[in-house]
Design a protein around this ligand. Structure first.
Ligand code: SF4
Length: 331
């Protein structure tokens, strides 16, 4: 193996998140504009062959974990074909997908058969009205149906990512606690981050992990942290004190985990981002389509990793929200 992709803070990057499209079939207000979304022309999107080539280039440098994101990845036609290609690459030990679940019931089995083993479903509400309020579209029942189809296909556990926003999804917290206990899904509460297309994020709207832990412990059962957690994983995991139901927290704002970050991202139009909040990007697509050699491409990757900042600066006066919104970066 070549040298690992280490940045100037000593962090090793083995986890690549690949956005396969910026298109989505819902309109979550903390991510997308309500109307007139400008999606990328299809020819701007990396082909499956280009994504596969890029992954084959970075694997010898220690990348062994992939996550496919969007927009909504399941709207990209033939996604199981890409999963199969990537799962066949020697050195890749782990592939995950983050989906909004709307199309999951139809695709769960094919994705599982293609070699996918990890699935995160983004769901912020446990009733159709609140779902519509957050996503500005219908589809709640389809998501629940999709989760059941995923469990039937063999995905265990299905992880459910719920963005926690004060005054909007707060009412869903205890319901998600019961949901985790009754369905076997691992629920992760994600602190609301400033990546929305309308740049309307407010710190006052962030519901902190500590508050959610307290609410669940008081209104349901005490939560206890799990032992032996992966220090590089973004989530901190807990279970209820009777061992029934697991809850995780991705506390990017109140407990930043940047110093153990192992992630970098490739956007659907082939731009490399060394951090979710990066203000700079490296044009990998131009190299892929412009006759760039594997050596030139990996050098561009290494340069980007070496330029990576210590962490997001959300909690500082220096913070600048990236121009590219969440749906065009992928979680
Ligand atoms: S904000 Fe950037 S550095 Fe921090 S954990 Fe996320 S991707 Fe890593």
């Amino acid at each position: 193996m070549q040298l690992p992709l280490i940045d100037t803070f000593g962090r090793t990057h083995n986890n690549l998140r690949i956005s396969v499209t910026d298109r989505c079939n819902i309109r979550c207000f903390y991510c997308m504009p309500a109307e007139n979304v400008q999606f990328m022309p299809r020819n701007d999107l990396l082909t499956f062959e280009e994504i596969e080539r890029f992954v084959r280039i970075v694997v010898p440098w220690g990348v062994d974990k992939l996550r496919l994101t969007g927009g909504e990845p399941l709207v990209r036609r033939d996604l199981p074909v890409l999963v199969e290609k990537l799962a066949a690459i020697e050195g890749i030990r782990d592939i995950g997908v983050t989906t909004n679940g709307i199309l999951l019931a139809e695709q769960a089995q094919d994705l599982y058969d293609a070699g996918l083993r990890r699935l995160n479903v983004s769901l912020d509400a446990l009733n159709a009205d609140k779902f519509r309020e957050v996503t500005r579209r219908d589809g709640y029942e389809k998501v629940i149906e999709g989760i059941h189809a995923a469990q039937a296909a063999g995905f265990r556990p299905v992880k459910v990512n719920a963005v926690s926003i004060r005054g909007i999804t707060e009412s869903e917290i205890v319901g998600f606690g019961h949901f985790a206990r009754e369905t076997g899904c691992e629920v992760r509460f994600i602190e609301y981050m400033p990546l929305d297309a309308d740049a309307a994020w407010e710190r006052e709207k962030v519901l902190f992990a500590a508050e959610i832990i307290e609410k669940l412990s008081q209104e349901l059962r005490p939560l206890v942290p799990l032992a032996n957690q992966d220090p590089r994983a973004p989530a901190t995991d807990y279970e209820f004190d009777d061992g029934v139901g697991r809850i995780g927290f991705i506390a990017s704002v109140s407990r930043p985990f940047c110093m153990s970050c192992n992630r970098f991202r490739l956007t659907a139009d082939g731009k490399l981002r060394n951090c979710l909040f990066s203000l700079e990007e490296t044009d990998i697509r131009a190299l892929l389509r412009g006759g760039g050699s594997d050596a030139e491409i990996i050098q561009a990757v290494r340069d980007s990793i070496l330029e990576k900042k210590e962490g997001h600066e959300i909690n500082t006066a220096r913070f600048v929200q990236p121009a590219r919104p969440m749906y065009s970066i992928g979680g």
